[in-house]
Design a binder for this molecule. Sequence first.
Ligand SMILES: CC(C)(COP(=O)(O)OP(=O)(O)OC[C@H]1O[C@@H](n2cnc3c(N)ncnc32)[C@H](O)[C@@H]1OP(=O)(O)O)[C@@H](O)C(=O)NCCC(=O)NCCS
Length: 142
Amino acid sequence: MNGGCIVGAGIDLVENARIREMLDKWGTRFRDKVFLPEEQAYCESKACPCDHYAGRFAVKEAVSKAFGTGMGPSIGWLDIEVVRNTVTGAPSVRLSEKGRTMADSMEISEVLVSLSHTRTHTVAHALLVSNGKPCSAERSPP
Ligand SMILES: CC(C)(COP(=O)(O)OP(=O)(O)OC[C@H]1O[C@@H](n2cnc3c(N)ncnc32)[C@H](O)[C@@H]1OP(=O)(O)O)[C@@H](O)C(=O)NCCC(=O)NCCS
């Protein structure tokens, strides 16, 4: 983090059953609208894919809240990719070019995320780190 300061936070709680319903109802259409190929490949490799889809869904929502925009025209599902460290298993976020442009305009240097599952729910948390303006600077989405 190198002296950066936290300039945004977001959290999201997802019912795993809700994601299961969406997957059952919409299948590939839902998967392709919300999740990038590597995210899908990871989830599908797990015994209970919907729990892991729920995790990625929650991270995306949490990141959009941290940006202060929510999910919408400024940043969408496919602009936020949950990437997994293949050694530790720790999640991180890769932004699309559009997401990166928005982050740059807000002087966000890093997006930190964490997630946790139970059998029924998944929670994710996101923090935005800035190395730009002083910590006291008020920020608003572009
Ligand atoms: C990593 C660990 C804290 C996860 O906690 P848990 O209670 O088992 O499971 P939770 O549901 O709370 O968390 C699971 C999520 O934690 C995240 N996670 C996994 N490993 C992580 C790590 N090293 N650091 C941070 N987050 C991690 C992942 O996002 C995972 O969800 P996903 O598979 O859908 O991406 C726990 O399994 C642990 O300490 N394991 C022992 C160490 C270990 O096995 N390390 C793996 C290889 S070094």
